[in-house]
Design a binder for this molecule. Structure first.
Ligand code: NI
Length: 137
């Protein structure tokens, strides 16, 4: 049977400071530059959520993307939108909020919440030029 991947985009904005407290201030500035700014800065994030499966014989859908949207909003976007990743998001406590670490934490929330739909790919855009991909490995 054909396996088809369908994707829903969701947008949110959030503040963060990329900082490793185990390193000196000088080392943090050297490694993270402007993203180490002590008084935070924000990004307009775009999250792509992809689910893979066989199209249903009756609906022709792999999954209803409206349902995917609702689950992703409830389990993720509503918890991070207009928030500070360092201060306001319990499941990011103690995590340096690089895009890499943000997407792994996002996967851990969405993968169980989307079942029985099978999450197969996340892409998180931090800027127009930078994105990261994660497939749960
Ligand atoms: Ni940043």
């Amino acid at each position: 049977m054909p396996q088809v991947t369908v994707t829903r985009l969701l947008r949110f904005n959030a503040a963060h400071r990329v900082h490793n407290p185990a390193l000196s201030d000088e080392e943090n500035i050297r490694l993270f530059g402007k993203c180490n700014n002590p008084n935070w800065h924000g990004h307009n994030y775009t999250l792509e959520v992809s689910v893979t499966g066989e199209p249903d014989s009756i609906t022709g859908y792999v999954v209803d993307l409206g349902v995917v949207k609702k689950i992703v909003e409830r389990e993720y976007v509503d918890l991070v939108d207009h928030k500070n990743f360092n201060l306001d998001v319990p499941f990011m406590a103690g995590v340096n909020p690089t895009t890499e670490n943000i997407i792994v934490a996002c996967w851990r929330r969405l993968e169980p919440a989307l079942k029985p739909a099978q999450l197969t790919h996340l892409r998180l855009w931090e800027t127009e030029n930078n994105y990261v991909d994660y497939e749960g490995r």
